[in-house]
Design a binder for this molecule. Structure first.
Ligand SMILES: [Zn+2]
Length: 232
């Protein structure tokens, strides 16, 4: 199936809209989604191709509070999912619709944030019942999932490490759209902490890096991430 990569046992990267991926984690007691894509069609049809009904999705973990990650939550719930939703503690108020994101450092980012519909991504409904994820928190998903604080793209961006599967789900810390590179400055809250987050991902030693934008990295993850830092 196009737009589908099996990263490890029961760990799938799925492209749900053009250039936008989610990760699907299957366990005996239900399906966890990491991110949900835009508030546009695509997610439930893509899940159906993996044989997953919305009602089977019991948990959503969000890497950060941007509309191309949070946008599918309401559509999923309208389709019959009763999934709980969690997001990094420092992105929680933005994700719940209680606060505006802090101003980005880059001029392009500040201009983008003032547009009524930021960039091509549009808006997403707030997830008012989202709960907070803390750095180092462990969840009984996919053989054990660890929350890794990776601020920079947003204040509260988090990645998810699956040591038992040798996979890290990196969200928007790096993009692999034209080439592998750190999250572009005009899309970042701050680039310096994002670069530190690239280093943090490299240090995890995973052999597969899933990304929200672009193909996963499956060769020399630590070496390629370290090279990005050296080139910056
Ligand atoms: Zn994104």
């Amino acid at each position: 199936m196009r737009g589908h990569v099996e990263l490890a046992d029961d760990v799938h990267q799925l492209t749900v809209q053009t250039g936008v991926n989610v990760v699907v984690l299957r366990d005996d007691d239900g399906v966890t989604l990491v991110d949900t894509g835009l508030d546009r069609p695509g997610l439930t049809a893509r899940l159906a191709r993996l044989g997953i009904a919305p009602s089977e999705v019991t948990r959503v973990l969000l890497t950060h509070a941007h509309p191309d990650h949070t946008g599918g939550v309401h559509r999923l719930r309208r389709s019959g999912s009763r999934a709980s939703v969690a997001i990094g503690a420092d992105d929680l108020d933005v994700g719940r619709g209680l606060a505006e994101p802090p101003a980005p450092e880059h001029l392009g980012g500040r201009l983008l944030s003032r547009l009524p519909a930021p960039g091509a991504w549009g808006h997403a409904p707030a997830v008012t019942d989202a709960t907070a994820l803390e750095d180092g928190q462990r969840l009984p998903i996919a053989g054990g999932l660890e929350v890794v604080a990776t601020p920079g793209h947003t204040v509260g961006h988090v990645a998810f490490h699956l040591p038992a599967r040798n996979v890290v789900i990196g969200g928007d810390v790096v993009f692999n759209v034209f080439s592998l590179r750190p999250s572009p400055a005009f899309l970042c809250w701050r680039t310096a902490p994002n670069l530190a987050s690239v280093a943090r991902l490299a240090a995890l030693g995973a052999t597969t890096l899933a990304l929200a934008h672009g193909q996963p990295v499956t060769d020399d993850v630590a070496g390629r991430l370290s090279q990005l830092i050296a080139d910056s």
